[in-house]
Design a binder for this molecule. Structure first.
Ligand code: ADP
Ligand code: MG
Length: 252
């Protein structure tokens, strides 16, 4: 059985990409077969796994446009993670998709061809609620919402939940909201703890335990092209993502 998990939040800088790479690496270290999918034209996930986005000729963009089959676009990172990569071609593809039939189903259809080979497919959404994010939510079994545990940073959550409800109504009735993942968490402050409690009360969403601690290590990892799960195996940030991966596996 394959679980497709989307990490979505239209706000940038909430650690979607960091969490996709880290959860993916943690699941792989736990023996799971994992595919990561970059759906951001910035190609940050692709870059952070040590692959130069601009060198790629076949990416998720060509797959969504029907110009390539998904298998031809797959790459493997140095760390051994399978990736369906993205680069700037995805920006043009997104515009093109707006007038194409089945635009919201194209990712789901493409992933169905290779899903058998993976236990987990983890989708990194761009910072917008456009066709790429809706396509990801339409392909997903579960959605996890990374939120920076600071004041007001959860302002856009209502809008994201509206989009999720629309997706459930029109394209993917079985989509489950797995919960909120608090990122860049500074547990020393009562303030951060209060924000978490407020989020869980306001939106009636599960807040995954543990939160991900704020640490400089995450900023350093992409430049090396490896996740902190492999460069700093026993780091508290790596441990937190390992615990989150355990929670996700237990919920299957
Ligand atoms: P998004 O994909 O939501 O835009 P990123 O994963 O790119 O967010 O993260 C935004 C920035 O925050 C990056 O510079 C990243 O290195 C940094 N970051 C992510 N998680 C943490 C963390 N737990 N502690 C400190 N910095 C973090
Ligand atoms: Mg990102």
């Amino acid at each position: 059985m394959t679980t497709t998990l989307a990490l979505a939040n239209q706000k940038g800088g909430v650690a979607k990409t960091t969490s996709v790479a880290s959860i993916g690496a943690a699941l792989a270290q736990a023996g799971q077969r994992v595919l990561l999918v970059d759906l951001d034209p910035q190609g940050s996930l692709t870059f952070s796994l040590g692959i130069d986005p601009e060198e790629l000729e076949v990416t998720v963009a060509e797959v969504l446009l029907g110009k390539a089959v998904v298998r031809d676009a797959l790459v493997t990172s140095e760390e051994g993670l399978d990736l369906l990569p993205a680069n700037v071609a995805l920006a043009e593809a997104e515009e093109n998709l707006i007038s194409r039939t089945g635009r919201e189903q194209r990712l789901r259809v493409a992933l169905a061809k290779i899903a058998d080979e993976y236990d987990w497919i983890v989708l990194d959404c761009p910072p917008a609620l456009g066709v790429l994010t809706v396509g990801a939510l339409s392909a997903a079994d579960e959605v996890l919402i990374p939120l920076q545990a600071e004041t007001l940073s959860h302002r856009g959550v209502g809008q994201l939940l509206d989009t999720i409800h629309d997706v459930r109504r029109f394209t993917n009735p079985d989509l489950v909201i797995r919960g909120v993942l608090a990122t860049m968490y500074d547990g020393r402050t009562a303030h951060a703890r209060n924000v978490l409690a407020a989020i869980s009360e306001t939106y009636d969403l599960e807040v995954i335990d543990p939160p991900i601690p704020k640490t400089i290590r995450f900023a350093e990892a992409p430049a090396i092209g490896r996740t902190i799960l492999s460069t700093a195996r026993s780091h508290k940030g790596a441990e937190a993502y390992r615990d989150v991966a355990r929670v996700l596996m237990a919920g299957r």
